[in-house]
Design a protein around this ligand. Structure first.
Ligand code: ADP
Ligand code: MG
Length: 404
């Protein structure tokens, strides 16, 4: 329960924990029918109160899964002990019904199912004991065993339902939080890029200009000129990195949003990359089932597709085919880029979009960051299905700009 680390919540937790401990101790001391006997029942009751109190107080300092399991298990044993030791106090039956609800507080699904199962088994054993062995100590159960059992089952269903709804809501919030973190990361890199890239671009252009001059200067030997060419190549790479970074940082107003014909753009991108694919004997096959249009900027949309198809070609083995498909699904345009190349693990997929994340010796690790940015800008989604050694399917969805 991370929430406990917050100081206000910590205070509330301790107030609740101390109140619970006080109530448990009152149960031991005030008007307890076994008080003074010091028999097995009273001693076990006292030991359970002690273990439960210590675990509750230790939890915020050392909130491990083991301690959670201990608290839930000891609490279950404690409530069953109360029920079996004090048959005259019939209200303890209510506690048995709500045992699994305790683990909802810890937002731990495994613990909840464990507790629910344990409670189900325990209640069956307790009913067996009461109905077969007990001599009318629990008249309310013996007079109406089925009614009481059904009420117990109903309470477990209600508790399960509360758990299910709460858990679903928490998971949704977590996902939302991760998405916000992701877009924050993109925003920060964008701002940083804008500041740095401009400063670096100008000196680079000047140096490159001089090198280009020297390259054609007859007073330099051919060896030297070869070195200049190498230097210009490296500067070109640096420029490429900068322009990719700048494309993330560019303010929106520079790029107009227009109706983009997906088929036309895909055709021009695959034509452009055709010779790049042939380098490794990879053919790009294009299948567009319908004419579809989206609302985006043509240049950026092209950039997105080039990055993704290039990655697919680079991941493919020699001779493999890369399939690009496009079609409509309800109000969306769905584009898929499918390769049968090296694939990625789950953690590699999770790292996509992080600036400079690249597994290639000559990669910039900026392509995916640019892609995520473009997809987000035009209200699309991008999804990766990948398995190591089998290939990757990248699915991009954009809202269709023509009604179906
Ligand atoms: P770069 O291509 O410059 O390395 P990207 O941001 O385009 O940078 O890609 C980041 C990394 O993601 C790549 O280095 C590669 O390891 C992995 N990757 C991207 N697309 C694929 C794919 N289709 N198959 C396998 N790995 C991929
Ligand atoms: Mg790339």
């Amino acid at each position: 329960m991370k929430e406990i680390t917050n100081s206000l919540n910590k205070k509330i937790y301790y107030i609740v924990a101390w109140t619970v401990i006080a109530i448990m101790i009152s149960g031991l001391l005030i008007d307890n029918p076994r008080f003074g006997e010091f028999g097995v029942v009273y001693i076990s009751h006292s030991i359970l109160v002690l273990i439960l109190s210590v675990s509750l107080l230790l939890y915020p300092k050392n909130g491990t899964g083991f301690l959670r399991l201990t608290i839930i298990s000891v609490a279950s044993v404690y409530f069953y002990t109360l029920f079996l030791s004090y048959p005259e106090t019939s209200s303890t039956y209510v506690f048995l019904c709500f045992i699994p609800a305790l683990s909802i507080l810890y937002f731990d699904s495994k613990l909840f199912y464990f507790s629910l199962l344990l409670n189900g088994i325990s209640i069956v054993i307790v009913y067996g004991y009461i109905l077969l062995m007990d001599g009318m100590q629990y008249p309310f159960i013996e007079e109406d065993p089925i009614g009481n059992f059904l009420n117990f089952v109903a309470s477990q269903i209600i508790v399960y339902f509360i758990f299910h709804l709460t858990n679903g809501r928490i998971k949704k919030q977590q996902l939302y939080y991760e998405q916000i973190q992701h877009s924050e990361r993109l925003k920060t890199t964008g701002q940083l890029a804008a500041a740095v890239a401009h400063e670096i671009r100008n000196p680079l252009t000047v140096v490159k200009g001089f090198l280009q001059l020297f390259e054609h200067d007859p007073s330099f030997s051919d060896d030297r000129k070869g070195q200049f060419t190498l230097m210009i190549d490296e500067l070109n790479t640096a420029e490429q990195v900068i322009s990719q970074f700048l494309s993330v940082a560019k303010p929106d107003k520079e790029n107009v949003t227009e109706n983009v014909n997906v088929k036309v753009v895909l055709q021009s991108v695959t034509d452009l990359l055709y010779s790049y694919g042939l380098l490794h004997d990879n053919r790009i096959e294009l299948k567009v089932t319908e004419n579809c249009t989206i609302s985006a900027n043509t240049i950026e949309f092209k950039q997105l597709l080039i990055n993704i198809i290039k990655n697919a070609i680079e991941a493919s083995n020699i001779g493999d085919q890369v399939l690009v498909t496009a079609g409509r699904e309800e109000d969306s345009v769905v584009i898929q880029v499918i390769d049968h190349g090296q694939g990625m693990s789950e953690s590699q997929v999770a790292s996509l979009g992080t600036p400079f994340y690249s597994l290639k010796s000559k990669g910039t690790g900026l392509g995916m960051m640019v892609c995520f940015n473009i997809v987000e800008k035009f209200k699309g989604t991008i999804d990766f299905q990948s398995s190591i050694g089998h290939g990757t399917t990248v699915t991009i969805r954009f809202p269709s700009s023509t009604p179906s």
